[in-house]
Structures are given as structure tokens and as C-alpha cells.
Design a protein around this ligand. Structure first.
Ligand code: C2E
Ligand code: MG
Ligand code: MG
Ligand code: MG
Length: 287
């Protein structure tokens, strides 16, 4: 990135500066044009959601879906949220985008219920900036009302790093959301710097074991013990626990054996576009 290029330019002397300056400009230029495009993406219907099913590992039943944001850029094709969420955080676009995600997820999941399919819990990822907005709780309330969505079927995902700052405020915000019936889950659990004491202070309903501990849980004893410990911690605190990144039958077997309630991952299902989610639910209903 630009900072790294600048650092290298400084540390490697004058001769190289021209080269690095060029590289830096190209990168900055690319970032700026992507940023400009993102401003238009919302209005141009280039953003959409995919839904990854979450299942009860013991019964196989679908218990919910996680909504994941996608951007289909007219020239560059699909851009990963990992490549634009942090930019949207910086320039504030995450606020209207985040509200759009919430509204769209609620409307689409509700539409499935209107078609006679079961109402699923939908998990929506939040960003730090959204959580820090003064009127965030009101925005969520208004969105639920406008969509006609029962807040008990909404889950909001936060990460450890998001709740670390302004603890008092965050406790208040999450508490207010929780009182509306909304569930709160702690995403990527185990990867952030946090204190376990937070688990007592925040109204957390569910821990999501980060996928990095799942990928080798069947072969790496360290990952296995970390996953087992998170499961034990959640059970002891009487909160639910879900594993993400289940890619193989061995992962699923390990998690079942160790008492993990729920899971999601490519082995169960990739994130699905709305029509595919509907088709899958209809097919399952017929069985
Ligand atoms: P996350 O919330 O931890 O989401 C899990 C990511 O892992 C998703 O990537 C998902 O597609 C991917 N995944 C699911 N199953 C598997 C698996 O079995 N193996 C592997 N290797 N990966 C799997 P995705 O969709 O690219 O999202 C990346 C991150 O972007 C998310 O991580 C979340 O932090 C962020 N994000 C996505 N949508 C939104 C959104 O609407 N708002 C905000 N603020 N952030 C979002
Ligand atoms: Mg998530
Ligand atoms: Mg995660
Ligand atoms: Mg993640």
C-alpha cells in the first residue's frame, strides 16, 4: 500500500525514490477511483447480498443464515468485502451501505416467509463506525419497523476489536439492541485482543469460533484445544457457540464430538444468492 511504498522509498535512498513515487501514485490513483465507484455502487444496484446457511450440527436443520455483502463492479467484476469495507469505513460510506444491508437482509428473509418457507434468523455483520453512530439504535429500530421484521430473528455480528473501545457506550448500545430482542454474536472469536471479562459485561448471545482455528482442528492439537476451550467457555457461560469455516467432514465430526451447537462453511454450503437460497429451502421442505 501507499504507506509501505513511502516507507520503502525513505529507507532505500534517493535513487529509488522515482520508482517508488510512481508505484505509490498508481496505487493511490487506483484506490481513489475505486472509492469514487463505491459512491455510485449503491445507487446503481451493484451491491447485493449472499446468504450462507448455518445449521444445527446435530440435527442438520438450518437455523439461520449469515448475510454477506457483494459488489459486482461494472468493469472490475466481483470485489470482495475485504477489499472495500475498510475503505467504506474510512470515508463513512459504510453508514448508508450498512443500513442498506440491514434493510435488504430483513426484506429478503421476510419474503421467504411470505412464500410459506420458515422464518430464518439472519445474521448481519456490523462495522465499528456503525456501532459508534449516535443514532444507531434508532436506525435499527426504524429499519425493523419499515421492513416489518421481527427483531427476534435478527442477529448482529460484532468483533472483539469493535467492542474494545468506548466500552461504556458499547455496553449501552448492545444492551438496547438486546432489549429489542435482537441477538448479538461475537464474530472471529479468539483472533482479537480482548479480555474475557468482556463476556460478562456485554450481552453476548453467541460466540463464533474463528475459521482459522477450524481449518486444522482435526490435525493440529493446538487448534483443537483452542476450539474445545471456546466451546467449553460458551457452554459454561450459557451462550451459544457456532463454528465458521467448516470445509471438510473431519471438521464437522470434530465439532459434533466436542459439543459445538452450530456451524457454517463450504462443506455445508457456500454463501448463496437469494434465488439459490430460496430454491434450496424449497427442495429441503419437500423431503
Ligand atoms: P466474516 O463475517 O467472518 O465472514 C466469514 C467469511 O468467510 C465470508 O467471507 C465467507 O464467505 C467466508 N467463508 C464461509 N465459509 C467458508 C469456508 O468454509 N472456508 C473459507 N475459507 N471461507 C469461508 P466474505 O463474504 O468474503 O466476507 C469477509 C468479511 O467481510 C466478513 O468476515 C465480514 O467481516 C466482512 N463483511 C461481509 N459482509 C459485510 C457487511 O455487510 N458489513 C460489514 N460491515 N462487513 C461485512
Ligand atoms: Mg460474520
Ligand atoms: Mg467470522
Ligand atoms: Mg472472518
Amino acid at each position: 500500500n501507499a504507506d509501505a511504498a513511502m516507507y520503502r522509498a525513505k529507507s532505500s535512498g534517493r535513487n529509488n525514490f522515482q520508482f517508488y513515487a510512481k508505484e505509490m501514485n498508481a496505487q493511490t490513483g487506483e484506490r481513489l477511483s475505486l472509492e469514487r465507484d463505491l459512491w455510485q455502487a449503491l445507487g446503481n444496484d451493484e451491491l447485493f447480498l449472499v446468504y450462507q446457511p448455518q445449521i444445527n450440527l446435530h440435527t442438520g436443520e438450518i437455523t439461520g443464515v449469515e448475510a454477506l455483502l457483494r459488489w459486482k463492479h461494472p468493469k472490475r467484476g466481483m470485489i470482495s468485502p475485504l477489499d472495500f469495507i475498510s475503505m467504506a469505513e474510512c470515508n463513512g460510506l459504510i453508514i448508508p451501505i450498512g443500513t442498506w444491508v440491514l434493510m435488504t437482509a430483513c426484506k429478503q428473509i421476510l419474503q421467504l416467509q411470505r412464500e410459506g418457507l420458515p422464518l430464518l434468523r439472519v445474521a448481519v455483520n456490523l462495522s465499528a463506525r456503525q456501532l459508534g453512530e449516535k443514532d444507531f439504535v434508532q436506525t435499527v429500530r426504524d429499519t425493523m419497523d419499515a421492513a416489518g421484521f421481527d427483531p427476534r430473528y435478527l442477529e448482529l455480528e460484532v468483533t472483539e476489536s469493535m467492542v474494545m473501545h468506548n466500552i461504556e457506550e458499547v455496553v449501552g448500545v448492545l444492551g438496547a439492541l438486546n432489549e429489542m430482542g435482537i441477538q448479538i454474536s461475537l464474530d472471529d472469536f479468539g483472533t482479537g485482543f480482548s479480555s474475557l471479562a468482556y463476556l460478562k459485561r456485554f450481552p453476548i448471545d453467541r460466540l463464533k469460533i474463528d475459521q482459522s482455528f477450524i481449518f486444522n482442528c482435526d490435525t493440529d492439537p493446538d487448534d483443537a484445544i483452542i476450539a474445545q476451550t471456546i466451546i467449553a467457555l460458551a457452554r459454561g457461560l450459557k451462550i451459544k457457540v457456532i463454528a465458521e469455516g467448516i470445509e471438510k467432514a473431519e471438521h464437522l465430526a470434530f465439532l459434533k464430538q466436542n459439543g459445538c451447537d452450530e456451524g457454517q462453511g463450504y462443506f455445508i454450503s457456500c454463501p448463496l444468492v437469494f434465488d439459490d437460497l430460496r430454491a434450496m429451502l424449497i427442495a429441503r421442505q419437500k423431503h
